[in-house]
Design a binder for this molecule. Structure first.
Ligand code: OAD
Length: 240
């Protein structure tokens, strides 16, 4: 493997990950399965309208995704990114579109989970947030622990505003390298970060199994599985 880049401790790296980085841990990606998410049309389980129409089904779906977390482990791709953060310290920011907890479990600290997280939920009435481990998952639609409202998963659904957009822009403005990993580049605003990075004059690097939609904005592209490519690539990038 070869790379044109090398990093030193003055670099600031922003990484965007998508479903591809967790694929080798056994979590299915979205668009590799005909627009279905674990056999459900996305509109049914990933929109506010879907929740309003059938909150029981939506909870059933996310309870399954939540329970799956205890059956999967971070893979070498997640660990390689944690190693990169160890090298760069504060000069590293990982933005993920994933709602699993695998980056956190691999040790990533400066993590922006822009599409929310499976381990959290909030009340549709009082807006208070709770850890899913603390709520009553035996109930079809778990009730709020503070008021009589209904809880919903803390997932950013289609049509909702992703989290941390200000922090993401701030990180991008400081970056010297932007890496996009395991994402098809089809869902906005995440797909736009690569274009923003280029417009800020930041170098760009991609790792993906297939060519993403926004491939033309990636200066150095490594085709392959992130769990195989990243450990070697990151060792090369931080070799002094
Ligand atoms: P996608 O399923 O759209 O894309 C996954 C990408 O990862 C594809 O380009 C695959 O080729 C690639 N891939 C698969 N296995 C890989 C591997 N082992 N190593 C590297 N790449 C691999 O998933 P996302 O781009 O993450 O939103 O989807 C973005 C958003 O759309 C998700 O966050 C989700 C979804 O609807 C919400 O839930 C709000």
């Amino acid at each position: 493997m070869k790379t044109n880049y090398s990093l030193n401790k003055d670099d600031f790296v922003v990484v965007l990950t998508g479903a591809g980085i967790s694929a080798e841990s056994g979590i299915k990606t979205f668009r590799d399965s005909d627009g279905l998410w674990e056999n459900h049309p996305v509109e049914e389980v990933a929109t506010p309208q879907g929740y309003r129409a059938n909150p029981k089904l939506v909870w059933e779906f996310y309870k399954q995704r939540y329970n799956q977390l205890s059956e999967v482990e971070p893979n070498p791709g997640h660990f390689a990114l944690a190693k990169l953060e160890e090298f760069l310290g504060e000069r590293f920011c990982l933005i993920t579109q994933n709602v699993d907890d695998l980056h956190r479990r691999a040790g990533t600290k400066n993590l922006l989970e822009m599409h929310g997280q499976l381990t959290s939920c909030f009340c549709t009435k009082c807006n208070e947030h709770f850890a899913v481990k603390d709520i009553d998952l035996d109930k079809d639609i778990p009730p709020c622990l503070s008021c009589d409202g209904l809880l919903r998963p803390d997932i950013v659904w289609f049509g909702e505003m992703p989290y941390f957009m200000d922090q993401i822009d701030e990180a991008l403005r400081k970056a010297t390298l932007f890496m996009t990993i395991g994402t098809s580049g089809q869902v906005y605003p995440a797909a736009q970060f690569l274009l923003l990075a280029r417009s800020y004059g930041i170098r760009t690097l991609g790792v993906n199994l297939t060519e993403p939609e926004n491939r033309s904005f990636i200066e150095e592209f490594h085709r392959g599985k992130s769990g195989e490519v990243l450990p070697e690539l990151i060792d090369l990038l931080i070799k002094e």
